[in-house]
Write a protein that binds this ligand. Structure first.
Ligand code: GDP
Ligand code: ZN
Length: 295
């Protein structure tokens, strides 16, 4: 048996897996045992491999996932970079809040990246989200302003970018790594459009060590919603509510129109941002209209 190593799957193509082991990459096949266990290795999976004498490898084990998504198929996202803008198109806070909430539910840290700062200083959004406790980066894909500190923040993490159309996700990725969008385009051409129903994700390793999923517009959350049962968890996905949870007069307070609500008091006193609270109430009420899946 060869030498054992650990690494991260960068991509999978027809049963071959490219695994980053830090000092380089190794092409691996999956052991029959993994196929037997019906575990499909995903990009982002942390794996144990054995390295064979010819320098190819075999996937021996998939480590427990912290999260996994089917569309796009990717595992272990550490960071979601929400790209937003206060220039055209202006991003509505409720879109950002829906994403921060889903990310929290999946154990993904959020970074807010306010792009097009060369056109409009994103002071309104910057204030809201800094106050809510998120790391906020004001950048410009056009001038390169703010890109370096953003890259430092992403170093060593598996990251996905998301954000509404037109905010500059592709431009940003291109600014971060000029080969990036080109590589993405080439890959989709190679695979042929429409032929493959599964969207294969590839992770790109940047010089700073960040692994970026080639999904400009990470959309996995579009398929997930809170429903009437799970909406009691919604409060826990608003990190800025945390200091007030459990301090309301009534146990099980939904923080919607209950009296003696510590969250609402914090909103009135300006400790919680109005727009964040409005998003919470909207999401809570919307979830009430969705029956529990399968019932
Ligand atoms: P995506 O839909 O989020 O991928 O957005 P794109 O990257 O395609 O960008 C949408 C438009 O905004 C394009 O015309 C870009 O040239 C422009 N754009 C992107 N980033 C910036 C920026 O930082 N400053 C300015 N002025 N324009 C930008
Ligand atoms: Zn309350």
């Amino acid at each position: 048996m060869g030498e054992y190593k650990t690494g991260i799957i960068l991509r999978s193509i027809s049963g071959f897996y490219t695994v980053d082991i830090g000092s380089g990459t190794i092409e691996c096949r999956a052991r029959g045992r993994l196929r037997h266990e019906k575990m499909t290795p995903l990009a982002g999976d942390r794996v144990e491999i054995s390295v064979l004498p010819d320098n190819s490898g075999a996937l021996e084990r998939i480590c427990e996932r912290k999260n996994a998504f089917l569309r796009p198929a990717v595992a272990n996202i550490d960071r979601l970079v929400i790209v937003a803008s206060q220039a055209q198109p202006v991003t509505e806070p409720r879109l950002i809040d829906a994403m921060t909430s889903m990310a929290a539910l999946k154990g993904i840290e959020v970074i807010l990246c306010l792009n097009k700062c060369d056109m409009a200083p994103a002071d309104v959004l910057s204030k809201i989200y800094t106050h809510a406790g998120f790391p906020v980066f004001c950048v410009s894909a056009k001038t390169g302003q703010g890109i370096e500190p953003l890259m430092k923040e992403l170093s060593g993490k598996v990251c996905a970018f998301t954000g509404n159309s037109g905010v500059g996700k592709s431009s940003l990725l291109n600014c971060i790594e000029p080969g990036f969008t080109l590589a993405v385009g080439q890959m989709s051409e190679k695979l042929g459009r429409g032929k493959h129903t599964t969207r294969h994700v590839e992770l790109y390793k940047l010089p700073g060590g960040a692994l970026i999923a080639d999904t400009p517009g990470f959309s996995a959350f579009d398929f997930e919603e809170f429903d009437v049962e799970s909406r009691t968890q919604l409060q826990d996905t608003f990190i800025d509510f945390a200091p007030y949870i459990g301090k309301c007069r009534f146990i099980g307070c939904a923080h919607v129109n209950d009296s003696g609500c510590a969250v609402r008091e914090a909103v009135d006193e300006g400790e919680i941002e109005q727009s964040r609270y409005a998003s919470y109430v909207r999401m809570y009420n919307d979830a009430g209209k969705i029956a529990r899946y399968g019932k």
